[in-house]
Design a protein around this ligand. Structure first.
Ligand code: AMP
Length: 138
């Protein structure tokens, strides 16, 4: 497995070098909106400390991230009056990972509504509005 690259896009978001729509943070974790949302309210949860994915994360990083995943999954479910929540996480390129800083996807879901296709940029204003909805539900 390759070493952690400190110039990956989420490391830059953590350092404030590129913009993001933040919805929650604590000492160990950050949650922000995915720019290519596959569902309304699609957000990402990451640790503030470096690791590529689940395969090299410490138990402490996983504990902190999972606590925030649960908190944000509940908030996103409430914010969108969703029937359920899909949580996705990919490990290494062969496992579908594109950004090599550990992250969990949180996707509010409604019965019978498929996820949108990946790779399509969302509307910034709509994403910002959805972030406010989630913050209000926290
Ligand atoms: P994956 O590594 O396969 O989980 O995919 C990376 C995810 O990060 C995709 O859902 C992208 O839409 C998302 N993404 C990439 N760049 C950004 C960014 N600058 N801000 C927010 N989300 C991003």
């Amino acid at each position: 497995m390759s070493a952690y690259d400190p110039d990956n896009i989420f490391a830059k978001i953590l350092r404030g070098e590129i913009p993001s729509t933040r919805v929650y943070e604590d000492n160990e974790t950050l949650a922000f909106m995915d720019i290519m949302p596959r569902a309304d309210g699609h957000l990402l949860v990451i640790p503030k400390t470096p690791c590529r994915n689940v395969l090299d994360a410490t138990p402490e990083q996983l504990n902190a991230v999972m606590a925030t995943v649960q908190k944000l999954a509940l908030a996103a479910k409430r914010a969108f009056d969703a029937g359920g929540v899909t949580i996705q996480q990919f490990n290494e390129a062969a496992g579908g990972q594109e950004v090599f800083h550990l992250h969990f996807h949180i996707l509010p879901r409604h019965e019978g509504e498929p996820l949108r296709a990946p790779g399509k940029m969302g509307d910034f204003e709509v994403i910002a509005k959805h972030a406010e909805q989630i913050k209000a539900a926290l």
